[in-house]
Design a binder for this molecule. Structure first.
Ligand SMILES: NC(=O)c1ccc[n+]([C@@H]2O[C@H](COP(=O)([O-])OP(=O)(O)OC[C@H]3O[C@@H](n4cnc5c(N)ncnc54)[C@H](O)[C@@H]3O)[C@@H](O)[C@H]2O)c1
Length: 356
């Protein structure tokens, strides 16, 4: 019924367990004797509240239910969660349980990491993107003044509970968004299993549920190796930003008209085109394009996007002398590359031209 797929040790003496299960029955088992504060996605609650409440049982202390929108991933929402935590008397030894996609997980985990200087944290990701990526690694975040993930903490959850069955209610567009992160893991690792998974998304049904289960296990195992070696992104973890430098700027520049996974997909393709201009084999760029098409992800910008440069300057990897891009030169061969402003401008203009 449920299976531990990995256990990750953090240098701060904490541990994250990742469990794959077919429902939510056991996801609060480790919370016995503790009270649970639920931070949950409104849509997920409208579809799955019975199963979730059954899993939480009589441990429920309070709840904050929110719409998942980048426009609500803000200090204001964080403040509203803290206020509710205060109202119900959440204590340090209680558990914050975040149930939803990457937005709810990021905000809920931020609230958990700061409330009482850190409460216990359990994550139950309900989108493909959150199951293959956001639920592991300890990054929490909110947007500030429209710019992505400007404030955040490093705060690993003690448990991530992956239930592939919950993805059956996920809208198709959201499903496909998770595929961008799967392709990212496949390119970074070059592993044959991940490459095969990234080769195409099965149609909805049992085959897709099994595919999601495999994708989560393979992506999270890969991510665990990276973040275990570099939890706070001083070295190797920076590679996980593949596609995100431009992706975040595109999300902001389109006023979140592109969602995260779509923007990352375009970011990966643009980075591959930039790498090709610096000598990467043209075949590799074609293979990336074909995977994106197979996964049903966009390979063209929705319209002419302006103001990208302004948002790139706000990127956390921007330095006075330029921005550090992660450029893919082949499967399993991604290189952090500091691009001075003029070269960045030239490579990016060329890549965006190809995506127009
Ligand atoms: N912390 C990390 O390591 C990390 C990594 C990657 C992405 N992120 C963050 O994740 C966010 C994107 O997350 P996302 O793509 O999961 O989107 P999301 O959280 O916005 O969810 C997408 C939509 O799906 C709905 N939904 C969620 N689960 C559902 C279900 N089972 N059935 C029906 N509808 C469901 C939500 O209501 C929402 O409308 C971004 O803000 C990004 O910054 C964080």
């Amino acid at each position: 019924m449920e299976r531990e797929i990995l256990r990750l040790g953090w240098s701060v003496g904490r541990e994250t367990r990742v469990v794959a299960a077919r429902d939510f029955r056991g996801f609060c088992r480790d919370c016995s004797g503790r009270r649970v504060f639920l931070v949950a996605d409104a849509r997920v609650m409208s579809l799955h509240s019975q199963a979730i409440f059954r899993g939480v049982g009589d441990r429920l202390l309070g709840a904050f239910v929110m719409e998942s929108s980048e426009r609500l991933k803000t200090p204001r929402t964080l403040h509203a969660i803290w206020s509710e935590m205060h109202r119900v008397g959440l204590a340090r030894n209680d558990v914050v349980l975040a149930v939803g996609g990457g937005i709810v997980l990021d905000v809920g985990a931020f609230a958990a990491s700061t409330w009482a200087r850190g409460t216990r944290l359990v994550l139950a990701p309900t989108t493909l993107l959150a199951q293959v990526d956001a639920c592991l690694g300890g990054k929490t975040a909110i947007n500030v003044a429209g710019a992505r993930n400007q404030a955040g903490t490093f705060y690993p959850a003690e448990l991530a509970w992956i239930c592939a069955e919950i993805l059956t209610t996920l809208p198709e567009r959201e499903y496909r968004c998770g595929c961008g992160e799967i392709l990212k893991a496949a390119i970074l690792s070059g592993e044959p299993e991940l490459r095969e998974i990234a080769g195409g998304l099965p149609l909805p049904g049992r085959e897709r549920t099994e595919w999601s289960r495999r994708a989560a296990a393979a992506c999270l195992s890969f991510k665990a190796r990276i973040v275990e070696a570099d939890p706070e992104e001083h070295a190797g973890r920076i590679l996980l930003n593949l596609g995100h430098t431009l992706g975040h700027a595109l999300e902001s520049a389109t006023g979140f008209g592109l969602n995260h996974g779509e923007a990352v997909a375009l970011g990966i393709l643009a980075s591959a085109a930039m790498a090709r201009r610096l000598g990467a084999p043209a075949d590799f760029c074609e293979e990336v394009l074909s995977c994106l098409c197979g996964l049903g992800l966009p390979v063209r910008l929705p319209r002419r996007v302006t103001g990208i440069g302004r948002f790139l300057r706000r990127d956390k990897k921007a330095l006075p002398e330029g921005t550090r891009w992660i450029l893919p030169f082949g499967w399993g061969d991604c290189r952090p590359t500091l691009l001075p402003r003029d070269l960045e401008g030239e490579l990016l203009a060329g890549a965006l031209e190809e995506l127009a």
